[in-house]
Design a protein around this ligand. Structure first.
Ligand code: 4NP
Length: 163
């Protein structure tokens, strides 16, 4: 994975950092903890848009996630070009997030850290994680189904990087 003592750092990115990416962070951290890997793998999340800075995740997402056992306590922040120095993997929820991150990347090597979350989907074939913000409650359930699948597969992918 990386040298001993150095954590592998993953940053989840969506538009507002109040629905998809904080949910991905919460689910991924839950899987990391369940597997006793907190001292090896770390996660954070951010948005390409900074208008929700400082806010907790959207109440609908917090409620839907809590129902599945995931407490979401992250406070929204905007992604920065400095994140490319700190994180090993930067994961975009949709194509617009992906393009915005590529514009922000400070170098070609940094841009190579960007992935699409849907790369890690196994249970369904979709190319992006849809924005639930203007959807009904079933939209939040769908997004959580997709994120749980992606996070489990992403966790296994990272664990295999150094084997
Ligand atoms: P997210 O959802 O990108 O999954 O956090 C959104 C949250 C807020 C807005 C759009 C999407 N917004 O336009 O304020």
């Amino acid at each position: 994975m990386k040298e001993v003592n150095s954590k592998y750092k993953v940053l989840f990115v969506c538009l507002g950092n109040i629905c998809r990416s904080p949910a991905a962070q919460g689910i991924f951290e839950h899987i990391v903890r369940e597997n006793g890997m907190e001292d090896r793998i770390e996660a954070d999340s951010a948005g390409t848009y900074g208008g929700h800075r400082g806010e907790l995740p959207d109440r609908r997402m917090r409620n839907a996630a809590m129902y599945r056992g995931f407490g979401l306590t992250h406070r929204s922040r905007q992604v920065s070009s400095l994140d490319f120095l700190e994180f090993d993997m930067i994961i975009a929820m949709d194509d617009q997030n992906y393009e915005d991150l590529r514009e922000l990347a400070p170098s070609v090597e940094a841009a190579d850290k960007i992935h699409r979350m849907a790369e890690f989907l196994k249970a369904r074939k979709m190319s992006y994680i849809p924005d639930p913000y203007y959807m009904g409650i079933e939209g939040f359930g769908l997004v959580l189904d997709l994120l749980e699948d992606c996070c489990q597969n992403l966790f296994e992918y990272i664990c295999h990087l150094n084997q």
